[in-house]
Design a protein around this ligand. Structure first.
Ligand SMILES: [Mg+2]
Length: 144
């Protein structure tokens, strides 16, 4: 099992705290944020965050706008959208905007963990490619 950190952006405090407790039992630490603004601020503070669970329906800045801002500032952070049945089309829109996947609320803990691990794996591969490209560029510069 992975030990990992996860930023969870959702306006339902009860849902966040219940899910946080269940994830803690699986060695996953949840950093809670109850609005898009708070989520963005926490993401800027903590560079070790690589995966985000993001609620679609929030008052003020909604999930789609939050996703746009996350992707603009942190393009390789992976985002899993959380949606109710009424807003699943918005989750699909999120996928077009670069979200990794989406989950229907209330979500099964095992589904969530499977998706988290997949998102984390993709983030790691993506990061590796970037480092590889940066290393190659450095070697090319030295060779010139
Ligand atoms: Mg909500």
């Amino acid at each position: 099992m992975i030990t990992t950190k996860l930023l969870m952006i959702d306006d339902e405090e009860g849902f966040v705290s219940a899910l946080s407790k269940r994830l803690a039992m699986r060695d996953i630490e949840v950093i809670p944020a109850f609005s898009g603004q708070e989520g963005l601020a926490k993401l800027n503070e903590d560079t070790s965050i690589d995966v985000i669970l993001l609620d679609v329906k929030m008052p003020g800045m909604d999930g789609i706008e939050t996703l746009r801002r996350i992707k603009a500032a942190h393009p390789i952070v992976e985002v899993i959208m959380l949606t109710g049945h009424a807003t699943w089309e918005t989750a699909i829109e999120g996928m077009k905007l670069g979200a990794f996947d989406y989950l229907m609320k209330p979500c099964e803990i095992d589904d969530l963990i499977t998706k988290l691990e997949a998102a984390k794996k993709r983030h790691g591969e993506h990061l590796e490619k970037i480092l590889e490209a940066a290393g190659k560029e450095l070697r090319d510069k030295r060779a010139r």
